[in-house]
Design a protein around this ligand. Sequence first.
Ligand code: NAI
Length: 287
Amino acid sequence: MKSLEDIHRIAVIGAGTMGQGIAQVAAQAGHEVLLYDVSADMLALAQKLIDKNLTKAVELGKLRAEEKEASLQRIRVAHDLTSLQVDLVIEAIVEKLEVKQKLFASLEAINSPETIFASNTSSIPITQIAAGLKHPERVVGMHFFNPAHIMKLVEVISGADTHKSVAQLVADLSLKWGKKPVFAQDAPGFIVNRVARHYYVESLKLVEENVTDFATVDRLLESSGFKMGPFRLMDLIGVDTNFSVTSSMFASFHYEAKFRPSRIQQQKVDAGHHGRKTGKGFYTYEK
Ligand code: NAI
């Protein structure tokens, strides 16, 4: 099994909302980062947004200009999955079990059995993602929070076969990156998303039942101490991603009504109103 000192080259798969921040954090910690996405547009956008985040950090006096340049140099975009021979994979692609399983199977075929496979999934049990791989003992959950370059919490999740040393390594690495790791056992939604699901689901129900409108829900919750109301938060997370997480948890909990995905949210997803990343969700944003 690999130890912390063996982790140099990291592949971040998925250059969307989460992959961008994770790649930035890993590069700032000194790793060589290969950023891969099926969409060339997303790769280009990710590079731009990482540059923008680092520039802001320099302006705020949190980072030296040389450190910004060095971090950017350490991130390379990869256009070919077969070039991803690394020490650690951090997967941050679409929240769909079959797509994640297929990706890990392809990466297992071209990497050493020692390579660690971490998933940033919000809700899919690690045991299911690892099922079918030759080496499920090296698969682990490394669940960052949005925005990944700012939020400290990382849930480290062990699946049924995850080797203890793999979970420990990912926790130690998170600490080294200035994060706060918390261990969790494998369950749909782990800790934070399991509890938080009702924040979204109940709020959507209020609007669906015409009890009130979404802006009022946000205003009231924000005035009662929540940093972001549920609708503003869904726009930040990605309405599509949030919907996929709810759908996955609904299925995992054997269709318990309390996890039922919302019709209103489904409609937003269908219309492509995915939140900040598309310029429109519950609210409208300047792109
Ligand atoms: P996103 O939709 O912003 O980005 C996903 C990216 O993955 C897209 O750029 C897409 O082109 C790419 N992609 C899709 N299939 C791919 C494949 N087979 N190979 C390579 N790239 C592929 O999604 P987001 O929000 O970054 O979520 C990614 C993962 O992180 C999901 O598992 C989600 O549950 C999890 N997550 C999301 C959080 C959030 O607040 N958005 C917070 C914590 C975890």
